[in-house]
Design a protein around this ligand. Structure first.
Ligand code: NAG
Ligand code: NAG
Ligand code: NAG
Length: 236
């Protein structure tokens, strides 16, 4: 029984060029996913959880954000640029997936409390985040599980690394009664995006650990590792 769609190119274990091309073809052809093989839609990726962001109290801005009901857009424009590992024994070498996303947009609802320039903040509204020119690396550690004499992968650890060229961020209705002040706050955040990125990066990476794990883990669960590759017997 073969769960892979017919037009998904199978590769030999460790043939990283072939694996990279096959992943890219899959992303291009199936942005809406392939349920049978656990591939979720990647054009709209919901994340039901929530994250808390805290900026370090630095006198001028001190905020705690709760960010929830988020949806990601832009994964369908992802290009895989390099793949490492995926050898016959996937636990022997570290698996890595490197890629590029031109624009990773994140929409959600925020609730913020704290202080900006001696003004107390207690607001909630829509938030939009746009990470531009995202260069990412996913480092995967996997565990092998056996079902029906086939090997399946389970993600033991997924560590994302992200580099971006710019972060555009907007918080609507930050000061419900004062549009000018809302615009001013958004401008301060966007003009100082590097500072905010550096402070919030660990939390943001935590969020993307969940998002990427969620995208990959069902494929690993549905399609056995052996079925993803051309088996030696077929070539014997
Ligand atoms: C978040 O999503 C849940 C379920 O979709 C919904 O019930 C809730 O109203 C949403 N919250 C906000 C603030 O939009
Ligand atoms: C993905 O690429 C298409 C075609 O270039 C573009 O129209 C679309 O806006 C992109 N999506 C995102 C979220 O950037
Ligand atoms: C913040 O706003 C919410 C809802 O408007 C309100 O219930 C809460 O008491 C406010 N908190 C503070 C500290 O003012």
């Amino acid at each position: 029984c073969d769960f892979l769609a017919e037009d998904v190119t199978k590769c030999r274990f460790g043939d990283v060029e072939c694996i990279k091309d096959s992943m890219n073809a899959l992303i291009k052809q199936y942005p809406r996913g392939i349920p049978g093989m656990g591939l979720k839609p990647i054009d709209v990726v919901d994340f039901k959880g929530w994250e808390v962001f805290k900026t370090a109290p630095n006198g001028r801005i001190w905020l705690t954000f709760k960010y929830f009901n988020t949806t990601n857009y832009g994964f369908e424009n992802m290009t895989i640029t390099e793949v490492k590992g995926f050898s016959k024994d996937p636990t022997a070498t570290r698996m890595e997936i490197h890629g590029y996303i031109p624009s990773l947009i994140h929409k959600g609802i925020y609730a913020a409390s704290g202080r900006i320039w001696f003004i107390n903040v207690n607001s909630t509204g829509k938030a939009m985040s746009d990470l531009q020119k995202v260069q990412f690396t996913l480092k995967l550690k996997v565990i092998l599980e056996y079902r029906d004499n086939k090997r399946y992968l389970r993600i033991d650890e997924l560590v994302p690394i992200m580099e971006i060229s710019r972060w555009i961020f907007s918080l609507h209705e930050f000061f419900a009664e004062n549009t000018d002040l809302t615009i001013a706050v958004n401008r301060v955040i966007n003009d100082n995006w590097v500072v905010f990125w550096n402070e919030l990066e660990p939390t943001i990476l935590g969020l993307y650990t969940s998002v990427f794990t969620n995208l990959i883990s069902d494929v690993f669960d549905k399609v056995s590792y052996d079925d993803m590759f051309i088996t030696d017997q077929a070539y014997a």
